[in-house]
Write a protein that binds this ligand. Structure first.
Ligand code: NAP
Ligand code: F7E
Length: 327
């Protein structure tokens, strides 16, 4: 039975990746931080077959201890401070966790592996935010990186550190440059889930208005369930490499609002949505659209869920959740 250790198991991707690996017959270990993390109960309920280990990306010795307990064949580094807006307010912490945390994870895997540096296959969760002020449309593995936030800068550090460990030590370390991916498990701070939660509440008469920032930003949004399959495929390759994972289609926040409100039977969202300067960012990433030809060619990976189906899935899930709760 193959064994996998996942950091960030309490996050959106940790959930979908755990489910995928368990279905494939893996023994799955999930790293959870903090002394009484409130999300532990969720993991115990929703993913009872995942073995929880405690540890933190800021603490190399905790990573070494987790590696010793799990003795994994594959290490998926999904842990990060992942909210871009928050990264300006906590730039140093974001650099430590999202940037230096990758180095800590690579170093722990290297030390754990002893003489057999290909013993553990490593996956790094890199991001399309590294493209920032895009220098090419669409963006591919060869596009120059120009990050626009402390989060993006930290991800660039992690990305190149992963490549460096592959080139320096011959480690099987891959970096997936994933474009935005969403699901009903998406954190409520991200724009897609913020919208679908509000749409459900507005449709049920529980809320009237929704404050947003820049409605013109364009993103290449895919479904998280499809994207974790791309992570797994990367790790199965004979040689480690870097891959863009995206749908190749881009949509504005406005288009997301159109589809979401329409699906809930509300044709005119203008009267519900207003713009609040608090939600604008010091520097914006205006347009992201990925070229995932390499992932298609080498990994045989393609997204299955369309933009419209993704939005409808999220609205339906939030409608169901809101119907089941009072207030
Ligand atoms: P998420 O839902 O925000 O989950 C982040 C995870 O990181 C949580 O489990 C969190 O644990 C954990 N974490 C935070 N600080 C940590 C620390 N110091 N030590 C160990 N773990 C820590 O993010 P996601 O959407 O699943 O994304 C997974 C990864 O892919 C992240 O690295 C993200 O930056 C990257 N990524 C995401 C997207 C996307 O569109 N979703 C696209 C490209 C790249 P707690 O529950 O304890 O906070
Ligand atoms: O913003 C605009 C905002 O926070 C998307 C993370 O998973 O994907 C995610 O980063 C866009 C931005 O995601 C609001 O200005 C407007 O242009 O949902 P988001 P993100 O910043 O693209 C990348 C690939 C990652 O790697 C990250 O970890 O929507 N926007 N109004 C808003 N965004 C938010 N959050 N809230 C608003 O009210």
């Amino acid at each position: 039975m193959p064994r996998a250790l996942i950091t960030g198991v309490t996050g959106q991707d940790g959930y979908y990746l755990s489910k995928l690996l368990l279905e494939k017959g893996y023994e799955v270990y999930g790293l959870v931080r903090g002394q009484n993390n409130p999300k532990i109960d969720f993991i115990r309920e929703e993913l009872p077959d995942v073995t929880i280990l405690t540890g933190d990306l800021l603490d190399v010795s905790s990573l070494l201890r987790a590696l010793g307990k799990a003795n994994p064949d594959e290490f998926y580094n999904l842990g990060a401070i992942s909210f871009v807006a928050y990264s300006w307010e906590n730039a140093s912490l974001t650099s430590d966790v999202t940037g230096k945390g990758v180095l800590n994870a690579l170093e722990a895997v290297r030390l754990h592996s002893g003489d057999d540096l290909r013993k553990v296959r490593f996956y790094q969760a890199s991001s399309s935010e590294m493209f920032g002020k895009v220098q090419q449309v669409p963006q591919s593995e060869m596009t120059l990186l120009w990050p626009r936030s402390p989060y993006g800068v930290a991800k660039v550090f992690g990305h190149y550190m992963t490549i460096n460990y592959r080139e320096s030590y011959g480690m099987h370390a891959s970096s997936g440059i994933l474009f935005n991916h969403e699901s009903p498990m998406r954190g409520p701070e991200f724009v897609t889930r913020k919208i679908t939660m509000a749409v459900a509440r507005i449709a049920l008469g529980k809320q009237k208005r929704l404050a947003l920032g820049n409605l013109d930003a364009q993103r290449d949004w895919g479904f998280a369930g499809d994207y974790v399959d791309a992570m797994w495929r990367m790790v199965q390759q004979p040689e480690a490499d870097d891959y863009v994972v995206s749908t190749g289609h881009t949509h504005s926040v406005r288009s997301f609002l159109d589809v979401a409100f329409n699906h809930a039977g509300i044709s005119n969202w203008d009267k519900h949505v207003y713009q609040d300067p608090d939600f604008f960012r010091p520097a914006e990433v205006d347009l992201l659209v990925g070229d995932a030809s390499k992932a298609k060619e080498v990994l045989g990976w393609e997204p299955k869920v369309s933009f419209e189906d993704l939005v409808r899935m999220m609205v339906d899930s939030d409608l169901e959740r809101e119907r089941a709760t009072k207030d």
